[in-house]
Design a protein around this ligand. Sequence first.
Ligand code: C5P
Length: 223
Amino acid sequence: MEKIIIAIDGYSSCGKSTTAKGVAASLGYAYIDTGAMYRAVTLYFHEKHISLTDPSDIEKALSEINIEFRRNKFGENQVHLNGLNVENEIRKLYVANKVSDVSAIAAVRVALVDQQRKMGQKRGVVMDGRDIASVVFPDAELKVFMTADSTIRAQRRQIELMAKGEMISFEEIIANIEKRDKIDTTRKESPLIQVEDAEIVDTSHMTLDEQIEMVTIMAELTM
Ligand code: C5P
C-alpha cells in the first residue's frame, strides 16, 4: 500500500495529538507533533528572554535552536531542545500562555515549516498542528480538521494538567484556550483555517478511541 501524509489541524485541546499518535501507531506511521516544536521554541525564547519585537534577536535565537524528536523507552516521540528532553516542560501553562505569540512570528514559522517538510518527505507520517493542510503539506492525501466545544476542551485539558500535578483553575484554562484560538485563527502568518477538502471531525461527544478509529478508517479508505 502506498504511504500517505495525514494532516490533522484544528483548535487547541481537541484531542489532535492523541488522535494523531493513535492513528500513527495503528498504521505504523511516524507521528510529528508540530505544536511541540512551536512550544520548544517558545521555551527557549522564554529562557533566553528573547524580545518578540527584535528581528535580529529572533534570528540569532533561531540559529541556536536545535529541535528533534527522540523515542523514549516506551517508543514515544519526545521533543528535545538542544539535546534536552523538554516534553514535560513545554506542556506547562506558562509556555501555553506565550506560544501563540511566538508562533505568529514569520521567521519562526519559516524555520519550523522547513524542518517539518523534511520530516515528512518520505511520507508515511501523521502530522498535527494548525497549518499542516494549508501550508506544510497542501498535497496531503488526507486532511482532517478537528474541532470541539471550548468548554469540553477546557475540561479535558484540566484533567490532563491535574494528572501532571498542575492545579490550574477551569477559568484560567478556558481563557488560555480561547485566547490561543483567537490568535491562531486571526494571525497574518498561516492562520488556522479549515481547507476546502478537509474532513471535519467534531470530537465534543467522542471518546479518544472513537476519534482514532474514525481517522484510521478515513486513512485506510484514502490509501
Ligand atoms: O498543538 P498545540 O496546542 O501544542 O500547539 C501550541 C500552539 O502552537 C498553538 O496554539 C499555535 O499557536 C502553535 N502552532 C502553530 N502551528 C502549528 C502547530 C502549533 O502555530 N502547526
